[in-house]
Write a protein that binds this ligand. Structure first.
Ligand SMILES: [Zn+2]
Length: 215
């Protein structure tokens, strides 16, 4: 099965991706991996992408599209893939849909992890990190035994600078503006499964599995 996964900041996309890949034994494909691989192997497309990046430009959609397709075609795709970070724009979504039509690379399901702003704000602004060992705490759901001090190494805990409601709002708006057209595109084709990512992880995983199993 070929799946596209989408989810805003703090929606737990990484956690769900890992579970999906393990359960369904499919390839996890992020655009970052594709770029690294194609540039590392110095393929024609990889070098082209690099020439843009070296100049500080965005890589044009045509190059990204062609690179994704070339990467996927070389892959052993008998069980399918989980696409992460692509298509990112409506143009990419349309182009990929054209390119993959009638092939084994067609996307079949679009999984969207949704979480409302209030819930997300609570998660993000309550986060505390250890200066010493990097352990992550949360003032409500996972507090340290002694306030402001790490249970593991005793170092001081701190809050990341952009873990505030204001900065979260900006990140979320950016995400929503850029992904809405892509989502609408797939919604029209009836491919979108929306998952409530504000639930406990086990429940999110249950819903995810159910959405992927019923076709
Ligand atoms: Zn620590």
């Amino acid at each position: 099965m070929n799946i596209l996964i989408m989810g805003g900041p703090g929606a737990g996309k990484g956690t769900m991706s890992a579970k999906i890949v393990e359960e369904f034994k499919i390839n996890h494909i992020s655009t970052g991996d594709i770029f690294r691989s194609e540039i590392g192997k110095q393929t024609e497309l990889g070098l082209m992408a690099k020439s843009y990046m070296d100049k500080g430009y965005l890589v044009p959609d045509e190059v990204t599209n062609a690179m994704v397709k070339s990467y996927l075609e070389k892959l052993d795709n008998t069980k399918g893939f989980l696409l992460d970070g692509y298509p990112r724009t409506l143009d990419q979504a349309k182009a990929f849909s054209e390119m993959s039509k009638g092939t084994s690379l067609e996307i079949e399901k679009v999984l969207v992890l949704e979480i409302d702003f209030k819930e997300l704000a609570g998660r993000v602004t309550g986060r505390r990190l250890c200066k010493g060992c990097g352990e992550i705490y949360h003032v409500v759901s996972h507090p340290s035994k002694e306030e402001g001090k790490c249970d593991k190494c005793g170092s001081e805990l701190y809050q990341r600078k952009d873990d505030t409601e204001e900065s979260l709002k900006v990140r979320l708006e950016e995400y929503e503006n850029s992904t809405k057209p892509v989502l609408d595109f797939y919604e029209e084709k009836g491919m979108v499964a929306r998952i409530n990512a504000a639930q406990p992880i086990d429940q999110v995983w249950n819903d995810t599995k159910k959405a992927l199993e019923d076709k």
